[in-house]
Design a protein around this ligand. Structure first.
Ligand SMILES: [Zn+2]
Length: 198
């Protein structure tokens, strides 16, 4: 989901982060005064603020801002939502896709709002399990659906670049509530998200 990128960064935070990153670069054995690295602390300070901007966002407010009364009670599925987050244990990225479904109970929301809720929680220091549940809870709290399902498939750079180096492993997490606790509803959803258009 492309929405307006925050171009304004808190000056004090940026300055403090730059100082820290300059020190980190030196501690890692590099010369922070080397030409190619001169602007790196500033770029990194801004990139990190962008990547963690979810702390300043309110998922409930986003969902409530586009909540519509609707009598449809068919399963609504939004699949393949791009997701970029940061593992809180290593502060390295994990990325993949989220698939979300809900069965309305009188209320629906804009499809783009679902994708924004993913960003709100992904743009923080996270673990994939918590991210999955937070997305589910925000939708559950605001739309009170008959059922909700969230599945996230992600690859973690902390696993791929270091340690076990399982380069192709994908971690899947899921959370189901209400109607999706029934086998038949859950299977229908899983079939929908694994189906490819031919
Ligand atoms: Zn990690």
């Amino acid at each position: 989901m492309a929405y307006k990128k925050i171009e304004q960064y808190d000056e004090h935070t940026t300055k403090e982060l730059m100082e820290n990153y300059r020190n980190s670069i030196a501690l890692l054995g590099e010369d922070p005064a080397r030409e190619g690295l001169l602007k790196t602390p500033e770029r990194l300070a801004k990139a990190m603020q962008y990547i963690t901007q979810g702390y300043q966002m309110d998922a409930h407010a986003i969902l409530n801002s586009a909540k519509f009364h609707e009598t449809v009670s068919e399963m609504i599925v939004v699949k393949d939502i791009e997701l970029y987050s940061m593992c809180e244990h290593h502060m390295l990225p994990f990325f993949g896709k989220a698939h979300i479904a809900y069965i309305p109970n009188g209320w629906i929301t804009g499809l783009s709002k679902i994708a924004r809720v993913v960003d709100v929680y992904a743009r923080r220091l996270q673990v994939q399990e918590r991210l999955t549940v937070q997305i589910m809870d925000a939708i559950k709290d605001t739309l009170n659906p008959l059922g909700i399902a969230v599945v996230i498939e992600a690859q973690h750079l902390c696993m791929m670049m270091r340690g076990v180096q399982k380069q192709n492993s994908v971690t899947t997490t899921s959370a189901f509530d209400g109607e999706f606790q029934k086998n038949s509803t859950r299977s229908e959803f899983l079939k929908l998200i694994t189906a490819r258009l031919s």
